[in-house]
Design a protein around this ligand. Sequence first.
Ligand code: FAD
Length: 568
Amino acid sequence: LSKTFHDHRSHLKLVLLCSAVSGGGILAYGELAPSEAAVTDKKKVVVLGTGWAATSFMKNLNNPRYEVQVVSPRNYFAFTPLLPSVTCGTVEARSIVEPVRNIFRKKKVNVQFNEAECYKIDAENKKIYCRSKGNNNLNGKEEYEVDYDYLIIGVGATVNTFNTPGVVENCHFLKEVEDAQKIRRTVIDCFERANLPDISEEEKKRILHFAIVGGGPTGVEFAAALHDFVKDDLARLYPGIKDLVKITLLEAGGHLLSMFDKRITAFAEDKFQREGIDVKTGSMVVKVSEKEISTKDLKNGGEIKTIPYGMAVWSTGIGTRPFIRDFLSQIGQASRRAVATDEWLRVEGCNNVYALGDCATINQRKVMEDIAAIFKKADKSSSGTLTVKEFQEAMHDICERYPQVELYLKSKQMRNIADLLSEAKGDVKKEPIELNIEELKTALSKVDSQMKFLPATAQVASQQGIYLAKCFNRMEECEKNPEGPLRFRGEGRHRFKPFRYKHLGQFAPLGGEQTAAQLPGDWVSIGHSSQWLWYSVYASKQVSWRTRALVVTDWSRRFIFGRDSSRI
Ligand code: FAD
């Protein structure tokens, strides 16, 4: 309201001023109105993608000085955290997607959407090359180019198969809505096939063996969802074969959910064991054929074992899209797997190109340079030691700029330094504890090789989108009055404050109406109450009231009638 009042007041002032100058001519008001001024020098922003990063950027962009063109092969936004629920029909596919035109329609900014994919970025000439999908011919041509003033890359990532033979041909992935729908059909298909007459018991067992590769959040959540589907719904409908069903979770590392707190990992492993989900840790999949998976047992000297299976789902992390790989070589980042940006999300080595979400990473080398610069400053006077206060001052700026450093320090390997940091932050009275600078430097240098940068999550992507939209909204204002930190090199301040990730916690649904929640401050909660928290958070995070209503209705339908097992 105050903004509207302010806007009206400034218009009123202009009207009065122009009336005075032009003898009351209303035309003069029209000529001087800010909106008209904006029309003349519109900057063209091209946004690639309609996922978490790009959509949150678009939702928050509200400066009419931009003309936006969005290019994506998907004309909808998909709420990916509910994809595992789609695989078993707990939630319908259409309930978790929102047409992007619905989102853009409400914007003050002029937005155009093209359903096409970008296949090349020419950062030098500020152009992108696009290909329309399938039959959408553009006067017989399927390819076209688009110029930009600013390019926002939010194209996410692909699946990572680690070049394991047979994975692409034989495994399902769980990345897109179509993948989840395909998995749902295949699960039912396996049950129908195994139920046909004249099939040997051994073959039935093979068909009903569901192998999941990857013990991260997606693999674990899918295993839990599938187990619930079988136990709650399919066992009733296929009584003759229900005892032949087996779910195996293969994980190359030592534990499931290794990025979660140890208590959650232990709970998940125990729960799965109790429920008959076969968890095989230390099992690296080396080959997948049509009916068998070969694994290397890392715990037993690399023994190769083969497991017959009916359906396999591969979820072992993310890889780089091919056109992003080309772009990386073009800008001198060929050795990277994601586009390196600075902490303002600007792509290193390009002008006016920004990257966010799963396809981007904040440059590690630069963090190290900045850490070194700050330590150099702190180093100059003292005799190889720092007081807690000096340490606090040295680290404060680093943690402000690079929240991932603080997150990393809190991880297990660096717990002692994180404790020192917390002490330093909270209680300066702890003086005169002295910290050995060399030891600190050695410990911090590990950051370079071990620091896990921002995780590839919707939470990071969407916060980056909001941050970047705010920067774009205030571009002219901050050009005049920069509000960022002092520049390391050169004079003056940066225009904007750097991006700061705020970790709001993470969930791991474990089936049976139980969820593990790890909230900020290492607060862990596991069980039915967290499941209700999960329902509330995911309902509230829906992109529109329409999808919110659909998702809640689907959950209620499942409670009352169970999941639908028709293979359509
Ligand atoms: P995406 O959301 O993948 O969007 C990429 C966009 O780019 C898409 O619109 C795509 O069509 C478009 N695109 C692709 N190629 C091109 C091209 N050539 N040209 C133009 N556009 C292109 N994160 C969480 O925080 N919490 C969770 O619970 C969670 N659960 C998940 C469950 C599953 C099953 C999966 C797969 C992911 C989950 N994630 C979760 C991770 C989260 O989905 C990703 O981190 C997030 O989608 C990344 O957002 P993004 O915008 O970078 O990419």
